[in-house]
Design a protein around this ligand. Structure first.
Ligand code: GLU
Length: 309
């Protein structure tokens, strides 16, 4: 058995001179203020062990990683009929692209690009006031993480509400195609709050552990989804979790994963562990630059790639 703490320590040591690489997301003013010189990583294994390094206990904006939790909620509510509202194919375009949406009649390619996530949020809102939908998500994530201290950073949510012009464009566009049922400002109010969830690597790894363990969290004993659904959510992350960098991530890392512009990446080694890494500097396609490198090192040193060691 590989000594996972030693693996994390060696990754941290090797990457320390590079901490600060990449460019923090500046299109959301509140995220532009984040100090890029931070790096944290946590591995949570299905047999209940936790290994951490660096700034693993510092909360950060999970941004698009929240789309995994919203997708889980939406599938729980409407099951497979969700796929009438959103596709399951990699997009091959930027996370906030509008071009493809017009081409495909207002049905986003997948639930992890912004348009798809906004449609998923609209599904979760059915029968709820926006505030209730936000509350439902927060309760769900706290339950998954087994931690009541998970919060939403209102400043980040407000900052994005004030500047999220592209997301307003995407949502209005889908509403015109009748793929959004609720008022656009309500849907985006919920969407911006979900993106503003603030979590540490330790909380995030624990919250997502059910995806590494056939749908149930072996630490908390919480049953979340069926093994089949966990497998399918992992499949979506593998194909679509890194926007236009998904192929590259599969090539270098070989694990299902989801990135966010806050610099976090959540990844799953099925049957073995969940991993959260955070380093705010992003690469050109909007994924954490050092986070991806760290996961590549981890996969190489553990043999965890789903494509074989
Ligand atoms: N809240 C961000 C947006 O909608 C999420 C993007 C991301 O994390 O990739 O632009």
């Amino acid at each position: 058995m590989v000594d996972l703490q030693a693996v994390l320590d060696s990754i941290y040591k090797e990457l320390t001179p590079r901490i600060g690489e990449g460019k923090v997301a500046d299109y959301i003013p509140e995220l532009a203020k984040i100090d890029p010189n931070q790096f944290g990583m946590t591995i949570s294994t299905v047999d209940g062990k936790v290994y951490s390094v660096g700034d693993a206990a510092v909360p950060f904006s999970i941004q698009s990683i929240s789309k995994v939790f919203m997708l889980t909620l939406a599938l729980g509510k409407v099951g497979e009929s969700l796929w009438k509202r959103v596709g399951r194919e990699p997009s091959g375009s930027a996370f906030n692209s509008i071009v493809q949406l017009e081409h495909e009649g207002g049905i986003p390619r997948n639930p992890f690009i912004n348009a798809g996530a906004i449609a998923v949020t609209d599904v979760v809102m059915a029968g709820h006031a926006p505030r209730e939908a936000i509350g439902e998500l927060l309760r769900f994530v706290r339950y998954l993480a087994d931690d009541e201290s998970v919060t939403i950073d209102e400043k980040v949510a407000r900052s994005e509400t004030q500047t999220g012009y592209r997301n307003f464009a995407l949502a209005n566009f889908m509403r015109a195609y009748k793929n959004i049922d609720h008022p656009v400002e309500h849907v985006l109010g919920v969407y911006f709050h979900q993106c503003a969830l603030s979590m540490t690597c330790e909380q995030l790894a624990r919250a997502g552990l059910f995806l590494a363990a056939r749908g149930s969290n072996p630490v908390t004993g919480h049953s979340v989804v069926s093994p089949k659904r966990a497998r399918r959510i992992n499949a979506m992350m593998l194909m679509c979790g890194h926007y236009d960098g998904s192929g590259d991530f599969a090539y270098h890392v070989g694990l299902p994963g989801k990135s966010g512009v806050g610099g976090g990446i959540f990844a799953v080694a099925p049957g073995v562990a969940s991993i959260a890494v955070w380093s705010p500097g992003l690469n050109k396609v909007g994924n954490s630059q050092l986070g991806a490198v760290a996961l590549e090192m981890l996969a190489a040193r553990t043999g965890w790639s789903i494509f074989g060691d």
